[in-house]
Design a protein around this ligand. Structure first.
Ligand code: AMP
Ligand code: TRP
Length: 391
């Protein structure tokens, strides 16, 4: 990050506690530091604040520029535990350390069958869910892909460094083609190029995703390298940032938790629904009867305890399961209690946001404005490197 420190913008942004607008990455870093400073020492005179902000600005951008995180999610209608544990939980943590762009990728979603009339609601639902999980618009940029035209523009450019062979080896393309044989469209094939454009447009260095996306992120790395070699360096090579649980298994105990398989626990499920879904969850297949002892390490329900239960509860389940002291129903009841405890605040925040959809729309609009600034800057660089007609 170069250029002068736009200090005059910062105190206003920080004191009004609004997400800053101009030169967003820089703004956010300074305003975060600024608000910490205000909290620590209380208000002081403006001149003093300016010089402190200036000094921190310089230090930050000459010595330790903050890295950029980019991630995206399709407006699939509802988040489930797999998305939450594999990706969104990571987004919430990363926003305290990095400049984060989080994008609802509606252009990706049109590669699959869908009902246009439902799209707007799906996007809003996803934004609401993401915010309810703790993504904070004061720290991160949350926006909708189709709101920033440069995504599709950069996708076209990157097509010229994408190899047909690489794309035809993409596992998700093969899976999705099998699932919708009647509609194997070019968008489905080109999907990873648009995904790469999403990331590279913001010069994303880290991409928090689940295991299933790693192949796409490696492809994005190759495209960044391909672009830089052919036209000159513009892009960093992004890296996938996995959680400790990059693949959550679904309630069937077999496949990845996924809406398309129908083996999920939606984050918005009611207490009753959570318990009903858990009741049908597959446990250790060796434990057929209540008197059989079980092996928690072969049980997907026990692995879910790992995320939601205390050490004490996990020890109680392990002991009870391995001695047949408790049955699977007892184990599931305990998991249900703990899971509901985690989900309750998320559901409550969601309820508040649903009652106030204008706030969610405002957040997306502000995100769009910030994303557009970064995207336009990158596309200017790209056009210059390509030798395209300059306006
Ligand atoms: P999707 O719902 O498939 O669009 O995925 C959205 C995000 O959640 C991506 O980063 C996925 O890698 C992640 N994800 C989806 N399902 C799972 C799962 N079962 N385990 C871990 N991560 C997941
Ligand atoms: N393909 C991702 C998924 O299905 C969604 C996505 C689109 C994405 N663009 C992205 C993820 C950029 C990370 C970065 O989950």
């Amino acid at each position: 990050m170069t250029g002068p420190c736009p200090r005059t913008v910062q105190p206003v942004a920080a004191t009004t506690n609004k997400a800053p607008s101009a030169n967003f990455s820089l703004d956010i870093a300074i305003s975060l530091e600024f608000s910490t400073f205000i909290t620590q020492v209380g208000r002081t005179n403006t001149q003093e604040i300016h010089s402190i902000v200036d000094a921190r600005c310089l230090r930050k951008y000459t010595q330790s520029p903050m890295k950029t995180v980019f991630s995206g999610i399709q407006p699939s209608g509802e988040l489930h535990l797999g998305n939450y544990l594999g990706a969104i939980r990571n987004w919430v943590e990363l926003q305290n350390e990095f400049f984060c762009f989080f994008c609802i990728v509606d252009y990706h979603a049109i590669t699959q069958d869908y009902t246009p009339k439902e799209m707007r609601g799906r996007v809003l639902d996803m934004a609401t869910d993401i915010l309810a999980c703790g993504v904070d618009p004061e720290k991160s940029v949350l926006f909708v892909q189709s709101d920033v035209r440069e995504h599709t523009e950069l996708c076209w450019v990157l097509n010229s460094v994408s190899q047909f062979g690489d794309l035809s080896r993409m596992t998700q393309f093969k899976d999705k083609s099998q699932r919708q044989e009647h509609n194997i469209n070019v968008g489905l094939f080109d999907y990873p190029v648009l995904q790469s454009a999403d990331i590279l447009l913001y010069k994303g260095q880290f991409v928090p995703v689940g295991q299933d996306q790693v192949q796409h992120i490696e492809f994005a790395r190759r495209l960044a390298r391909g672009f830089n070699t052919r036209w000159g360096k513009v892009f960093p090579e992004p890296e996938a940032k996995l959680t400790s649980t990059p693949k959550i298994i679904g309630l069937d105990g077999k496949a990845k938790m996924s809406k398309s398989i129908g083996n999920t626990i939606p984050l918005g499920a009611t207490d009753k629904q959570v318990r009903k879904l858990l009741a049908k969850a597959v446990t250790d297949p060796q434990r057929e009867k209540r008197e059989d002892v079980g092996d928690p390490d072969k049980c997907n329900v026990y692995s879910l305890h790992g995320f939601f239960s205390s050490e004490e509860d996990k020890a109680w389940v392990r002991e009870g399961c391995t001695t047949a002291g408790i049955g699977c129903v007892d184990c599931k009841t305990k998991l249900g209690d703990n899971l509901i405890e985690t989900l309750t605040p998320i559901r409550n925040r969601k309820k508040e946001l649903l009652a106030d959809p204008d706030t969610v729309i405002d957040i997306l609009n502000q995100g769009r404005d910030k994303a557009r600034q970064s995207a336009a800057k990158t596309m200017d660089q790209v056009r210059k490197k390509l030798g395209l007609w300059q306006r």
